[in-house]
Design a protein around this ligand. Structure first.
Ligand code: NDP
Length: 337
């Protein structure tokens, strides 16, 4: 049983020596438990936060513990009546080949699910994040302008497409020309800008002639600087993530603009609201799942996975996620289906 553990806490960007691969015996399930074999492991930006011991909404991973993570797993042994050998489930088993889990920690996947890894993305946590953040906090109306960064990624790609389904003018921001082409040509956004271009602010102003009504915040930093002057009165900002800051070791240089931001929120009556997806919206999973499954079946949502082969490549793939090397939802295939 291969396991990848947290060997040390990163200072700044994670490095290979923050992770360690070790071999252990396959664990034995007790009464009420199942033995799970990992097929697909989801790699997500929140894991950077769990590697750090700074106070947050969730406990950090302890040193020498297995890195946490959601996975699609096959039930290999069952000591619980609700699960049979061969069932596919989603569980938070982490970066390892085998794990035991309590039956009440498992979500059983329907037999007819043709692509089980979608349960980690478009039909899972990132999908729920995009759907609830945009619809519940963003409250999009037809004709409004929506901007989202990390636009080719798991959450951003869905935010933009759901906004299009609601009749909005949608501008994405992504990290390469190739990603931008995908966002406009395959996902159907109205425009997509490269945040590595020096004149991002001017280009964004051009693509948002009526200002910005919803900015779905995934990245923070320089992208937010370009967005801020364009926010309209009564704009909504679902505050989902700040990935440009996850490896930061100090506050950004330059003048402190907090009072400028607060002044803007005040005079323009802008609503900026953070959310933690399962804490705030876990109870609405079924509503989301029905809507998204329908859109997928109707061909209204396009979804791309970046599938990495082999648990031994998980650390490298995760480090790349924080710098934009992934193209689509990052998933590791740990074992055969
Ligand atoms: P993605 O699949 O979008 O991958 C992350 C992407 O972030 C990279 O591919 C890169 O894309 C972009 N990125 C990295 N660094 C920067 C930077 N400095 N400036 C601009 N973009 C950058 O990841 P997810 O869709 O899984 O996550 C997107 C965001 O949503 C994250 O901030 C994450 O923490 C957050 N999130 C929050 C949840 C919540 O409950 N609040 C739940 C799930 C996700 P590019 O090449 O285009 O720059």
């Amino acid at each position: 049983n291969r396991q990848i553990t947290l060997a040390s806490r990163p200072v700044g960007a994670p490095t290979p020596d923050n992770f360690k691969l070790r071999e252990t015996a396959i664990p034995k399930p007790a009464q009420g438990q199942v033995l799970l074999r990992t097929i697909y492991l989801s790699l997500d930006p929140y894991m950077r936060g769990r590697m750090s011991d700074a106070k947050s909404y969730a406990e950090p991973v302890a040193i020498n513990e297995v890195m946490i993570g959601g996975a699609v797993c096959r039930v290999e042994q069952s000591h619980h009546e609700n699960f049979q050998v061969g069932d596919l489930v989603v569980a938070y088993t982490g970066w390892q080949d085998y794990a035991i889990a309590n039956a009440d920690e498992l979500l059983k996947l329907p037999e007819q699910l043709t692509t089980p890894s979608y349960a980690l993305g478009v039909l899972g946590m990132p999908g729920l994040t995009a759907y609830m953040g945009l619809l519940d906090i963003g409250q999009p109306k037809a004709g409004e302008t929506v901007v989202v960064a990390a636009a080719s990624g798991a959450v951003g790609s869905l935010v933009g497409q759901i906004a299009k389904l609601h009749g909005c003018h949608v501008v994405g921001i992504a990290g390469s020309a190739e990603k931008c082409h995908y966002v406009t040509d395959s996902l159907g956004f109205d425009a997509c800008l490269n945040h590595r271009d020096s004149n991002l602010a001017e280009q964004l102003a051009q693509q948002c002639p009526n200002g910005i009504d919803i900015y779905f915040e995934n990245v923070g930093g320089a992208v937010f600087d370009a967005v801020m002057p364009l926010l309209n009165a009564s704009a909504r900002v679902p505050l989902c993530g700040l990935i440009s800051q996850y490896n930061a070791t100090e506050l950004p240089s330059g003048p402190d603009r907090l009072s400028q931001l607060m002044g803007l929120l005040l005079v323009k009556r802008i609503k900026m609201q953070g959310f933690i997806v399962f804490d705030d919206y876990g109870h609405r999973y079924n509503e989301f799942s029905q809507a998204m499954s329908k859109w997928l079946a109707e061909g209204k949502i396009t979804y791309r996975e970046d599938m990495v082969q082999g648990l031994e490549h998980a650390a490298n793939a995760f480090m790349g996620l924080l710098t934009g090397e992934n193209f689509g939802k990052l998933v590791v295939q740990v074992g055969p289906l």
